[in-house]
Ligand binder design. Structure first.
Ligand code: CA
Length: 233
């Protein structure tokens, strides 16, 4: 869940925005003064900062500049009053990512926030390599020991998920949620069946698997295979 910091001294605006953002699935912290907001922003724990410009104690432009000087790269969306054109330009120069003039449509704010968060999200690695397991997330292919594996769509998604979350216990509930999505017909038993098929295709011994381990009562654990030297002829 994206964690948002809202720095805004007008209580009515702050409360309304907070409610709207929380309803849209964001976790929101608020600060009603410049120094309080700056302190929170310095923690670097937020995915996005909504920043009013006219604030008691420390103005939004100063906050923006000082955060960037402190190496805090959290995206900033400035909330500016109508007519503050020069402030907007200065804010962007000081490192803000976007601005929105008050009064604004909450729908537009949400759209801009989503756009900023999309841009800020780190691009996932296109190819995951664990020893001789190679998962190409763009081509949706898996090579194992140099050979292309023939996988069903679900088997691929399952193996790709493990490859993205190596060396940790993954519960069946997590797999249902993340791999099967909201398919209500899926059951934990379905997962076990797919794991069995994957083990077969990876030639992973079902009684003593080395790759897809069962953690009784907890779920599964993908043990990344070690590098194997390719035998030369
Ligand atoms: Ca204000």
């Amino acid at each position: 869940m994206n964690h948002i910091l809202l720095i805004e001294d007008e209580e009515a605006i702050s409360a309304a925005l907070r409610l709207r953002l929380e309803r849209s699935g964001y976790r929101v912290d608020t600060a009603a003064s410049g120094p309080a907001g700056f302190e929170l922003a310095l923690t670097g724990r937020y995915q996005l900062i909504l920043l009013d410009l006219e604030l008691p104690g420390k103005g939004g432009l100063d906050i923006c500049r000082d955060l960037r000087q402190q190496g805090i790269a959290t995206p900033i969306l400035m909330l500016t009053a109508y007519g503050e054109t020069s402030d907007r330009i200065l804010g962007l120069k000081l490192g803000a990512d976007d601005y929105l003039a008050k009064p604004f449509d909450p729908g537009e704010l949400l759209a801009r926030m989503e756009a900023i968060l999309r841009r800020a999200a780190p691009a996932p690695a296109a190819v995951l390599v664990h020893g001789r397991l190679r998962v190409d997330l763009r081509a949706a292919t898996v090579h194992w020991r140099g050979a292309l594996l023939a996988l069903s769509a679900r088997e691929y998604q399952l193996l790709a998920y493990f490859a993205q979350h190596p060396a940790r216990v993954v519960s069946r509930e997590e797999l249902l949620r993340e791999v099967w999505g909201y398919d209500e017909s899926a059951q934990t038993r379905t997962i076990d069946v797919h794991i069995g098929w994957l083990r077969q295709k990876l030639e992973d011994d079902p009684r003593n698997p080395a790759l897809l381990l069962t953690r009784v009562g907890l779920g599964y654990y993908f043990a990344p295979p070690p590098d194997e030297p390719v035998k030369s002829a």
